[in-house]
Every structure is written in C-alpha cells, then in structure tokens.
Design a protein around this ligand. Structure first.
Ligand SMILES: [Zn+2]
Length: 177
C-alpha cells in the first residue's frame, strides 16, 4: 500500500516537471502572429482549426485576439477532480488566454477532449450542453472513454450543433429568402 502510494506521488511529480517544462518551452509562433500556443496543445489547435475551415466557421479574429494557450500548474485539483481547462478573461470580459491543467497531460486523449471543449466555448459560442452526458461540451465528463471511442462522431456533432454554425445556417437561409 505504502509502495503504491509512493509510486503515485512520483508519477505526479514527474508529470508536474513535464508540465513546467512544457510551459517554459513555448515554441516560436507557428500558426498565428500573436498566439503563443503550448507545443502540447498545438496539434489539437491545428485539428480544430482544420474543422473550422471544413464547417465554414470564421476563426481568424478570435484566434488573433488570444494572447496565449498554455498548460499550467495553477488550476485547482482536489481528490474529487479539478478544473482541467478554462478561458481566462481580462477586465473587459474578453477572453485573452486558454489554459489547461497539467492534469490533462496524464493522457493525451484527455488533453484532446479538454482542448476541443475549451475551443468549443471560445470559437463555437457554446455554453455547456448538459452536466454529464458524454458529449464534448458537457460540464463534467466522468468518462472520456466513450467520447474518444467515437471521436469523429463527437467532433461532427460538436460543429454541426454549435451556436456559431447554426447561426451561420440561419443567416444563409435569410439571404436566400
Ligand atoms: Zn466548459
């Protein structure tokens, strides 16, 4: 029991170190002029932007308004869980950063779901769709496994049911009328 406990702590410590390294090892700007995106999150941001293009979602302005996308060790963690990601707003309530807890690094699939969740809030105009119902925009995800298992389905649903996409469809319909 004691041994298991120690192993767990070591695991956590090494992850923390990894997270800190990640934070200070921010690569040069690759995607957008002012957005500093953590290298660990960058692939998911690239994926998300590719989906925005596919569904005709305008993302440039939002992307350029972001100062940073980072993995941090400052989000609260408790035995019951913790905040895995959040949008950080300035005093004018404008989002200027998207941050992810180092806890998401426990499994890169978790980081992927949490990244798409936060980007869903920011780029697609989402509020939470439910408390805990195995969708990307649920407030809580007690199991990420189901989402990962049907990832393509969940991503399609995320975009097709998003406020921004639906609003675009309405606007288009009005123009046609
Ligand atoms: Zn959320």
């Amino acid at each position: 029991m004691k041994l298991l406990f120690l192993l767990f702590i070591c695991g956590v410590l090494s992850l923390q170190v990894q997270a800190q390294n990640a934070r200070f090892d921010i690569p040069e700007l690759t995607l957008a002029k002012q957005v500093k995106a953590d290298g660990l999150v960058q692939p998911y941001l690239d994926d998300f932007i590719a989906q925005c293009k596919k569904y005709g979602i305008e993302y440039h302005d939002n992307l350029f308004e972001l100062k940073e996308i980072a993995v941090v060790d400052t989000l609260t963690v408790s035995p019951k869980g913790g905040t895995l990601g959040m949008l950080v707003r300035n005093e004018d309530r404008k989002v200027e950063k998207i941050i992810f807890s180092w806890m998401t690094l426990l499994d890169k699939e978790i980081l992927k779901v949490v990244a798409f969740h936060e980007f869903g809030h920011y780029f697609l105009g989402y509020k939470h769709t439910c408390n805990d119902c195995n969708t990307i925009m649920a407030a809580v995800n007690s199991s990420y496994f189901d989402i990962i298992k049907d990832w393509d389905y969940h991503v399609e649903k995320l975009f097709l049911e998003s406020p921004v996409y639906l609003n675009n469809q309405n606007t288009t319909a009005l123009k046609v009328d």
